[in-house]
Design a binder for this molecule. Structure first.
Ligand SMILES: [Zn+2]
Length: 200
């Protein structure tokens, strides 16, 4: 019996050969130099060896590709900023060449061991990619459950008067979100705003 054509739930790490769940695989590298599918521990080892070469703040971390719960791939780039006694590690997608879509940030101290910080960021990215707050319906997108998390962005078209939301890594216009809320007419809601470095 062949299982060709069936989606596989496991992948083989290209460094150590271990079979791991696909959600546990990080594709590490770049389009120019090629990606390698690595298990978490081989990914950590690859990053640690890059980190061994230079100070963390000067390291260029290669992009990673991670899969969301709907099977779509997201390529994340990393950036490190030192803000006084705080080090911010960011992961972001690029949309038309600029950061957009999913974005994550985690804060540490400049002399923190960077690897655990990166590990926590990857863990947070995984958790976020494992949830979809919006569903497809006949009339377009709708709220899947009763909670929505996302980011408030600047809406060029509205001159910043109303926000552009980014939910599930996708841009959602304020009007469109309002339409989705109308399926809950008469319900109550709670709005909590968090710093981008906080876990939600
Ligand atoms: Zn491995």
């Amino acid at each position: 019996m062949s299982d060709e054509g069936e989606p596989s739930n496991t992948a083989v790490c290209e460094a150590c050969g271990t079979a791991v769940p696909t959600y546990d695989v990080v594709s590490y590298g770049s389009i120019e130099r090629g990606y390698r599918e690595l298990c978490t521990s081989c990914f950590n080892a690859a990053v640690a060896s890059a980190l061994g070469l230079e100070q963390f703040e000067n390291v260029r971390l290669e992009p990673v590709v991670m899969m969301d719960c709907a099977g779509d791939q997201h390529e994340f780039h990393f950036g490190i900023r030192l803000l006084g006694d705080v080090m911010a590690l960011k992961a972001f997608e690029l949309k038309a060449g600029v950061p957009g879509g999913y974005q994550f940030e985690i804060l540490g101290k400049p002399d923190d061991d960077p690897l655990p910080l990166l590990g926590r960021l990857i863990e947070r990215m995984r958790r976020s990619l494992s949830v979809r707050y919006l569903d497809r319906s006949e009339d377009g997108a709708c709220i899947a459950d009763q909670t929505v998390c996302g980011r408030i962005d600047w809406d060029e078209s509205g001159d910043g008067r109303t926000p552009l939301l980014v939910i599930d890594g996708r841009e959602v216009a304020w009007d469109e979100f309002g339409r989705m809320l109308m399926s809950f007419e008469g319900w109550q809601f709670q709005l909590a705003i968090r710093d981008r470095s906080e876990d939600v």
